[in-house]
Design a protein around this ligand. Structure first.
Ligand code: E4P
Length: 225
């Protein structure tokens, strides 16, 4: 399963890229609103220069022509831009038009298996079920991932399932087991995946023992000379 960062924060993206585990980035208007002093286009250009993987840029228009206009402009920014389009009647039409034009799309705000299935039929490359927001309303978000994975395998559908709205490391494991091709997550969740209390404790212990052994070896060498 590929790992995407769900952020517009350049430093977070640079850090994950340095770790060698970054496969792509998703952004949305809410994440962009947290970044100060740069246009959305500038942020996207910079993100695309850091990762060669897909970078999702979200349209905000709610009618087809507006979505097409925004998406075409995003697609010109870099070859790895994927246009993020919300699930709706207009969204389906826009995604099928983008597919005809060879522009890749990520269907966002997917909350049911049928929505995901329709988005794939319309030609979206990525389908984004929002796991965390479903969990928030007492529905198991992983069911959508699991059902879509089964349907896509049964019917040879090429779209990739992108588990979105990931809230914790357990969601990442569950998404991988449920058959998601990609999980997109906040940087904080990625950091939580790196750490384990026993790992962190072990690193401190090994360092302390190493220092103790070196001091003992130094004292031994001093005594024998
Ligand atoms: C992904 O593409 C979405 O923008 C994102 O995962 C939404 O997450 P949230 O529910 O934490 O806002």
């Amino acid at each position: 399963m590929k790992i995407f960062l769900d952020t517009a924060d350049i430093e977070e993206i640079r850090t994950a890229a340095r770790w060698g585990i970054l496969d792509g980035v998703t952004t949305n208007p809410t994440l962009y609103a947290k970044v100060e002093g740069a246009s959305y286009e500038d942020v996207l250009r910079e993100v695309c220069s850091i990762t060669p993987g897909p970078v999702s840029a979200e349209v905000v228009a709610d009618e087809v022509e507006g979505m097409l206009e925004e998406g075409r402009a995003f697609a010109k920014l870099a070859p790895n831009i994927v246009v993020k389009v919300p699930m709706s009647e207009s969204g389906l039409e826009a995604m099928s038009r983008f597919a005809e034009e060879g522009i890749k799309t990520n269907c966002t705000l997917v909350f049911s298996t049928n929505q995901g299935f329709l988005a794939a039929k319309a030609g979206a490359s990525l389908i984004s079920p929002f796991v965390g927001r479903l969990d928030d309303i007492n529905q198991d978000g992983m069911i959508v991932i699991r059902e879509l994975a089964e349907i896509f395998a049964l019917h040879d559908i090429e779209s990739e399932i992108l588990a979105a709205s990931i809230r914790n490391p357990l969601h990442v494991t569950q998404a991988a087991l449920a058959g998601a091709h990609i999980a997109t997550m906040p940087f904080k969740v990625l950091q939580q995946m790196v750490h384990h209390p026993l790992t962190d404790k072990g690193i401190v212990q090994f360092k302390a023992d190493w220092e103790k052994a070196r001091q003992a070896a130094g004292a031994g060498a001093g005594a024998s000379s």
